[in-house]
Design a protein around this ligand. Structure first.
Ligand code: HEC
Length: 147
């Protein structure tokens, strides 16, 4: 095995381990990773009602690219790598790419999910920008699976 392959293997193993431990814990012990949204249109303070980066937005393609890695860094530990849920949290590929899906997405990332004092999902919007979260949503829409 070349040095490069070993490193890649190690990285994959580390990613797997953190994904797994995230699945076991899944109680909000999460360090959000900064997301560089440079190049995307700024959205200001107020939350948009619908995904502002959805096609035919000029921002669509860049949003998909930024959203893919932002998702894997901030959501995958609970919702599954590449959007495929391992069962611990809902599979986000089923969120419909329309107003209804936008509304629910927005509600959850702003409010998180807390039951009986336990944090099942942290309030992601406290630490990630609206731009980063809509970029994640834009990427998720490319993975959409009809129920
Ligand atoms: C610590 C684990 C965890 C992390 C990290 C997390 N979530 Fe969640 N999320 C959950 C759980 C658990 C639920 C189900 C909550 C419930 O139904 O009470 C959920 C629900 C959701 C829902 C509603 C889905 C549905 O079908 O009802 C959306 C949308 C969502 N999360 C988006 C995200 C996004 C986007 C990120 C990353 C920015 C993220 N979550 C990060 C655990 C997490």
């Amino acid at each position: 095995m070349s040095k490069h392959n070993k490193l890649t293997g190690l990285l994959a193993a580390t990613l797997m381990a953190s994904a797994l431990s995230g699945q076991v814990l899944a109680h909000g012990d999460v360090t959000p990773q900064a997301v560089d949204t440079e190049g995307l249109s700024s959205l200001g303070e107020d939350w948009a009602d619908t995904n502002p980066y959805r096609a035919p937005s000029d921002d669509h393609d860049l949003a998909v690219k930024i959203g893919a890695s932002a998702y894997n860094q901030n959501c995958a530990r609970c919702h599954g790598l590449d959007g495929i849920s391992g069962g611990i949290a809902p599979d986000l590929r089923y969120l419909s790419p329309d107003f209804e899906g936008d509304d629910w997405f927005k509600y959850r990332v702003i409010n998180g999910a807390v039951r009986d004092g336990a944090v099942y999902m942290p309030k992601m919007a406290d630490t990630l920008s609206q731009e980063a979260l809509w970029a994640i949503r834009t990427w998720l829409e490319t993975k959409y699976v009809e129920e």
